[in-house]
Write a protein that binds this ligand. Structure first.
Ligand code: GRF
Length: 203
């Protein structure tokens, strides 16, 4: 079976990336991380990739004249690694139309809330402020909206009375990593289809 080529994009600590790198050590996993990209330098996520001897690149928005140019540069850079799947794992930028056009239906993102609730960059804080009793993480196929794409998998965690944003996000991230690794492996080994927003894994 051919190994699925993953390009992973990160903006921070990269614990989700690390979970993928660890899983991909096993040939039976069915996927390998062929490159790691970031929108900023000096982050732990890039260090994790370097330690795993995976090629890295940085494309900062500020280095491009326009947002569209940044999107084109990012698209070309990622395309050079010929990914089967692009995984946004804590990538804190919205990819644009060039990127989505080139990798249509093959870009997945993990969001630390139960979509469609609490989209955007402060999912754990918004869930806490709202007072929900459960929250979690969602893996979805990226579309042009903010955390609106077809849902591939979700995982649920409780919100505890004593939680602050940090403790809640940490609990979410433990479940999120398990979901991400398990689901990306299945996508790689079994493939998937999307019909009327319904994602089905396997043929
Ligand atoms: C994850 O919870 C991701 O969903 C969110 O930011 C966090 C990134 O964590 N967007 P890490 O960089 O993978 O540790």
């Amino acid at each position: 079976m051919p190994v699925t080529r993953l390009v992973v994009l990160v903006s921070g600590a990269g614990t989700n990336l690390q979970a993928l790198l660890d899983a991909a050590q096993d040939p039976a996993y069915g996927a390998e991380v062929v490159a790691v990209g970031a929108d900023r330098d000096g982050i732990e996520g890039l260090v994790r990739a370097e330690k795993a001897a995976v090629p890295t690149f940085v494309r900062k928005v500020a280095d491009s004249a326009t947002r569209a140019e940044w999107d084109r540069t990012l698209t070309e850079t990622v395309a050079a690694y010929e990914p089967d799947l692009v995984v946004l794992a804590g990538f804190m930028r919205l990819v644009g139309s060039d990127f989505l056009g080139r990798f249509a239906g093959r870009v997945v993102n993990t969001h630390p809330a139960l979509c469609p609730a609490f989209p955007g960059t402060s999912g754990p804080a918004d869930a806490l402020a709202y007072g929900v009793k459960v929250t979690g993480a969602t893996l979805f196929v990226v579309d042009e909206g903010v955390d609106t794409g077809p849902i591939i998998a979700q995982t649920v965690v409780p919100v505890e009375d004593a939680d602050d944003v940090e403790s809640l996000h940490e609990r979410i991230k433990v479940a999120e990593r398990t979901m991400l690794v398990g689901t990306v492996g299945k996508l790689a080994r079994e493939g998937f289809t999307i019909t009327d927003r319904k994602v089905r894994i396997g043929t």
